[in-house]
Design a protein around this ligand. Sequence first.
Ligand code: T4K
Length: 370
Amino acid sequence: MSQRPIFVTKPYLPPLEEFLPYLEQIWESRQLTNGGPFHQQLEQALEEYLRIPNISLFCNGTVALITAQQALRITGEVITTPFTFVATAHALHWNNIKPVFVDIDPHSFTLNPDCIEAAITPQTTAILAVHVYGNPCDVDAIQEIANRYGLKVIYDAAHSFGSECHCGKLLQRGNLSILSFHATKVFHTFEGGAVVCPDPQTKQRIDYLKNFGFAGETKIVAPGINGKMNELQAAMGLLQLQHMEQILAQREAIDTTYRQHLTNIQGITLPHLPMMQQRNYSYFPILIEKEYPLNRDALYEHFKNKEIFTRRYFYPLASNFVTYRGLESAKINNLPIANQIAEKVLCLPIYPDLSLDEVEQIIGILKNPV
Ligand code: T4K
């Protein structure tokens, strides 16, 4: 049975009765935030689940990204991708850093390392790359350039929970990675995020920064911010982790069904699959080419009329928003691939509760749009 509306995503929620014992503990302890027991447990549980040694939880991914830049003392100019959620560029803006956009790879849609060097100036201090849709960036090539020019590297891994590249250490590449646990993500804590740190000292610094800079009751070590995750969020994360296997299996089944049926439709391109150890099936982007009977926006509206809300992630490009479009690097001729992809991309619904029957209806519409 199809339930409309169908959105591009729908948060996974475990059975309510499984959440109630967590609520009872919170009510009992009155510890609502500031590094309570669920917060500590979730940090440990995620370190085990993701096989990473030092993780610092945050209230959301954007504050995690802003804080990561502060921790690395990044200033001046940062090379980044326009093909991302606008929070990537905004985080730089909030730190008074100038984003310098470079183009993306036409297959993975991630920052194209071949475009980076030409954009480096004496003011460049870092590269902020995004594993968009969970596709890993070319981490080896990016690191090689960063080493040569003495630049820091931050990965916006908001889409990469549980996705793994050839090296098996995606979240440990670069200087820092950030995650988002927003309601729309594969793993969520309502709102939430994290910074993945390389060592305990860096985690300690990030932990200070997210708690106003406090190192003890009366000592401030830096002008920090309030980036703390609260106990309700952490409880949802702990419970959600218990269901990850099922969440990923349901997402994989949808991804497989789409791939099986959409490969031979004229005018639809499925993005090529990068070499990965593990995918997380977080998004299902397709490209609508000119051979298709409808253009991308007409198809988006066509779905909408049927109460199916696909999304054009990431259109408009970050570089085309009013805040950034005056920058030299935002010019369309500097970013031809990103602009082309943003005009063609459509993300189809994918989430654990989406039935295969509903997936087939979406495929049916794509096969016969008029
Ligand atoms: N970097 C990258 C690369 C990111 O993609 C993001 C966030 C960030 C950084 C920042 O991380 P956070 O600070 O957000 O942790 C959504 C999310 O709000 C945003 O987290 C996400 N990326 C972005 C890609 O998507 P919108 O504006 O598309 O959200 P919205 O409210 O339109 O939700 C999409 C659909 O999901 C809705 O049509 C219905 C469904 N939905 C949504 C919510 C919030 C629900 O069913 N329940 C819900 O509670 O930005």
